[in-house]
Design a protein around this ligand. Structure first.
Ligand code: ARG
Length: 583
């Protein structure tokens, strides 16, 4: 059920525009810029005036006349150069609230044309420590996954592990160099494997011979050498365990744990296909697909390197083929930072030339980096890259300072407090990320991000907990929820905000932009606060009004929980902070 005023008014305007022979692309409303004058406004007459060479106020008046006596509309006026201002009746708004409150989806509709999409996010590399750079991809990807599922699309999420490139050969070579062979590999844990990788990196930087050995070992591994393969399997599974643990802490999940290695077989098919289509060319011993067409020449796709190995291009092309053939993907979306823009442009153009994904929408969503106060990528105090675990610990420490100690609150022992600390700490980290538009980078703010005030995750969680406390008190006093009636302007403002939920979710979906949800959740929590400052429930003056306000409060709570869920954030029942403030 779609219970949005915006959608309803858009439909109404569309039919009026059709009747008046006006271009329907301008038949839409937005929440009013002047809430003192109206609830919604349509600015279509201004755009139409330009194409029709007519006075915008005249066009607006014609449209307004047709809106005048429509159900649910209280008043319509034409203001300024030709804005149409629409005010709804209190009754229509109240009825809408009652319907939303009875709807399991809180008035949110589904997409008309559900499709199958693959979301490719996370993308950590085997044996590399996960750092704050991996945060955004996981956190944004998880939010989009939840939003897409909620609006009705069929989603498969895939971590696309970097497990097949030269770094694998480098680690194996390093272990052989230190141990003489690979006999001890299976005893190494992730910390040791990461150490080998760090050492290999230094060695390969300094020594051309070491690089050559690493390349040869990579090629032999990819060729199926059984000893290397067995050792590699251990490296991979230890890494997957570590990555899983990290993402688990952040409540980030994947349906598939495919990696670049899983595409190896299909890489051969991609090369064969390129040859068959006559688009594979030899270039200094490598096999490439040229992409010079159009006005912006791009470097070629490299399918096979001169040493015979496949590249990051090849594995990504093969993975597209697998996702289309095996998962029937109709859309594939990638989330990485801006350093991979060219890579995906090349891969998408390569896919087009290879015709492996006809009618499939390929989209690369680029995000900015997480920076420190100096505007440079976020680092630890000693200048190292901030790893994800440290970041979670820092956040937990902050949150602990705001909460009571174990035993200070009845029923809350160490385990319960620690669980709460985790839920709030993760909310703080994720919300700080998701409140920014994807494209912009942001400064990781270490002072206020875990506070219970301001635009933070804990603030929204706190708003939920506060309403929970209100609901518990009302229950104890036998106040029940009932039909909404609007007696104060604050109730009206709150109800209109609640009625936006469908459009907010749909916009977050179509723009693939979780910050739209974060913004809305924050504003809703604030609007609720203003409402509750003047609209008491327990001292409402009448039972009917108390029941109506209780319904509004419960609805705000449910909508906030849904918004947090879509952002991948939990909403604890209580926050163990003075939730009773106010009433
Ligand atoms: N492993 C890559 C990296 O760390 C990211 C993978 C992104 N996904 C993809 N299909 N290429 O840079």
């Amino acid at each position: 059920m779609n219970l949005s005023f915006e959608t309803e008014l858009n439909n109404l305007l569309e039919s009026i525009f059709q009747k008046l022979n006006l271009e329907t692309k301008y038949a839409n409303v937005k929440a009013s810029d002047r809430p003192d004058l109206s609830d919604f406004q349509c600015n279509g007459a201004l755009a139409l005036a330009k194409t029709l060479h007519k006075n915008p106020r005249e066009i607006a008046a014609m449209i307004a006349e047709n809106l005048q006596n429509c159900a649910g509309i209280d008043s319509v006026s034409v203001d300024g150069p030709g804005f149409i201002n629409i005010k709804l009746t209190n009754q229509a708004i109240a009825e809408n609230m009652d319907k939303i409150s009875a709807d399991a989806r809180l008035g949110c509709g589904l997409v008309d044309d559900p499709h199958r999409e693959v979301l490719d996010y996370g993308g950590p590399n085997v044996a590399k420590e996960m750092h704050v750079g991996h945060l955004r991809s996981g956190v944004i990807g998880e939010a989009i996954q939840r939003i897409e599922r909620f609006v009705g699309n069929e989603v498969t999420s895939d971590v696309h592990l970097g497990d097949w490139g030269t770094p694998m050969g480098m680690i194996l070579a390093e272990i052989i160099c230190c141990d003489g062979n690979l006999d001890k590999v299976e005893s190494y844990n992730i910390a040791q494997i990461t150490e080998f990788y760090k050492k290999a990196n230094i060695r390969c930087k300094e020594d051309e011979k070491a690089r050559e050995t690493a390349r040869k070992i990579t090629a032999a591994l990819q060729d199926g050498d059984p000893v290397l393969r067995k050792a590699w399997e251990h490296l991979r599974s230890e890494s997957v365990k570590a990555v899983e643990e990290n993402y688990q802490k952040l409540d980030v999940h994947f349906d598939l744990w495919w990696g670049e290695s899983d595409a190896h077989q299909t890489c051969g098919e991609i090369v064969a296909l390129a040859r068959r289509l006559g688009i594979a060319q030899l270039d200094e011993g490598a096999e490439i697909i040229r992409l010079e067409e159009g006005n912006k020449p791009k470097p070629p796709v490299i399918l096979v390197k001169s040493d015979g190995g496949y590249t990051y291009h090849t594995t990504d092309l093969a993975t597209i083929k697998m996702r289309v053939d095996q998962l029937n993907a109709q859309e594939i979306v990638y989330f990485t930072d801006n350093r991979q823009s060219l890579h995906f442009e090349q891969v998408f153009e390569g896919a087009e030339k290879l015709k492996i994904a006809p009618h499939v929408k390929l989209q690369h969503i680029v995000f900015g980096t997480v920076n420190g106060a100096d505007g440079k990528p976020f680092k630890t105090r000693d200048g190292g890259v901030m790893n994800l675990e440290t970041l979670i610990e820092i956040s937990k420490e902050k949150v602990r300072q705001s909460l009571p100690k174990a035993g200070e609150v009845e029923g809350y022992g160490a385990a319960e407090i620690e669980k709460l600390v985790e839920q709030i700490a993760v909310a703080a980290i994720k919300f700080q990320d998701l409140k920014n538009t994807i494209a912009s980078g942001y400064v990781f703010e270490l002072e206020d991000f875990a506070k219970f005030e301001g635009k933070t995750g804990p603030y929204i969680q706190y708003a939920v907990a506060r309403i929970n406390s209100i609901l518990r008190k009302a229950k104890a006093a036998n106040v029940c929820e009932g039909n909404v009636m609007l007696s104060m302007p604050e109730e009206r403002v709150l109800a209109l905000k609640l009625a936006q939920v469908h459009n907010v979710v749909m916009r977050a979906h179509s723009e693939k932009e979780p910050s739209i949800i974060a913004d809305y959740a924050y504003t809703l929590a604030q609007v609720f606060s203003s409402f509750y400052n003047v609209c008491s429930i327990m001292n409402a003056g009448s039972e009917i009004l108390a029941s109506s306000r209780l319904r509004l409060a419960r609805l705000v709570r449910d909508v906030l929980i849904l918004m947090l869920y879509l952002l991948g954030i939990e909403a604890p029942e209580v926050m163990l902070k003075a939730e009773n403030k106010g009433e």
